[in-house]
Design a protein around this ligand. Structure first.
Ligand code: FAD
Length: 302
């Protein structure tokens, strides 16, 4: 069996595997798609100590760093079941079962898509999901935020300080965000809120130039000229296969403590698949390191 098996090949998983391997223990890493979300990212400017790096290059460097250690890398394998017996048993989609003394789940998350024409086409060309990451790219421009829940309104408040003007589009007749956020938003002069509207399409040429929306129940489309569209309708953790085994919160995130332990002994979790407050590369890497050190501590005590 492995001493520590990591599931996930993004920033959290790679960090966990390197920290584990540096303890001289038998370490494996299974990933459906090595690299994780950075593969979908154009430029990263907030990985402290690295002023700028492209997402695909970061994924490449994660692999190079990992390969300096004797870690069994099993790429293009999807984990489908976790069982805690005497050891932890991880079933893969191809039928293989991997056994390990401790496991670190780092399966990340994905942004919920709006599913309208133009969204996929203009990803990283004006369609954005992360205000902390991409806000400064739209300095001085007009943008839209789709989604009026807490994350949408937090994004709108954040972006209003950076861009020229923000239009918030919410599908429901009223915003769903906490009252204090709505009050804060209402005090901002460069924000317009549209409720009861459905975003129908994102338009552009080589980059986003606007979007079309419809007041619900009416037939005509209205065009809004914007240089960017931030989609804030939810970040979905990749944990559906764990719902029967682990404690998840209402958003489906794995509940962990400060040591990144879960409710099951020997099972740890790190990064965007957990209930960590903020989802960022630097935070995921720190959380992977914490999980590996905690898993090592678990091994020497059991
Ligand atoms: P992920 O990167 O999501 O990696 C998860 C890994 O688990 C992947 O390898 C995946 O294939 C694997 N996996 C999932 N399910 C399974 C399974 N069942 N079996 C096996 N493997 C599985 N953050 C920043 O700090 N700065 C930025 O500029 C920035 N820009 C971003 C831009 C975009 C477009 C996106 C989408 C995200 C951005 N982020 C940015 C967020 C950042 O990418 C994430 O916070 C970070 O990648 C999370 O790391 P992670 O390892 O927890 O998860």
């Amino acid at each position: 069996p492995y001493d520590i098996l990591v599931v996930g090949g993004g920033p959290a998983g790679v960090s966990a595997a390197i920290y584990a391997a540096r303890k001289g223990i038998r370490t494996g890493l299974v990933a459906e798609r090595f690299g994780g979300q950075p593969l979908e990212t154009l430029g990263i400017e907030n990985l402290i100590g690295t002023p700028y790096i492209e997402g695909t290059q970061l994924a490449q460097q994660l692999k190079e760093h990992l390969k300096k250690y004797p870690v069994d890398i099993m790429n293009l394998h999807r984990a489908v079941k976790l069982e805690k017996k005497e050891l932890v048993e991880l079933s893969l989609e191809n039928g293989a079962v991997l056994k390990t003394k401790a496991i670190i789940l780092a399966t990340g998350a994905h942004w919920r898509d709006l599913g309208v024409p133009g969204e996929a086409e203009f990803k990283t060309k004006g369609v954005a999901y992360c205000p902390h990451c991409d806000g400064p790219l739209f300095a001085g421009k007009n943008i839209a935020v789709v989604g009026g829940g807490n994350s949408g309104i937090e994004a709108a408040i954040d972006l209003a300080g950076v861009v020229a003007h923000v239009t918030v589009l919410e599908f429901l007749p009223e915003l769903k965000a906490d009252k204090v956020l709505q009050e804060r938003l209402a005090r901002l002069k460069n924000v317009t809120v549209l409720t009861n509207v459905e975003t129908k399409a994102i338009r552009g040429t080589d980059r986003v130039t606007g979007l079309d929306y419809q007041v619900r129940g009416q037939s005509d489309l209205t065009h809004l000229e914007v240089a960017g569209v931030f989609i804030q309708i939810g970040l979905v953790p990749n944990t559906d296969w764990l719902a029967d085994t682990l404690e998840l919160n209402s958003r489906g995130e794995i509940i962990t403590d400060k040591a990144e332990s879960t409710v099951l002994d020997g099972v740890f979790a790190a990064g965007d698949c957990t209930d960590s407050r903020y989802k960022q590369i630097i935070i995921s890497m720190g959380s992977g390191a914490t999980a590996a050190l905690s898993a090592f501590d678990y091994l020497i005590r059991n």
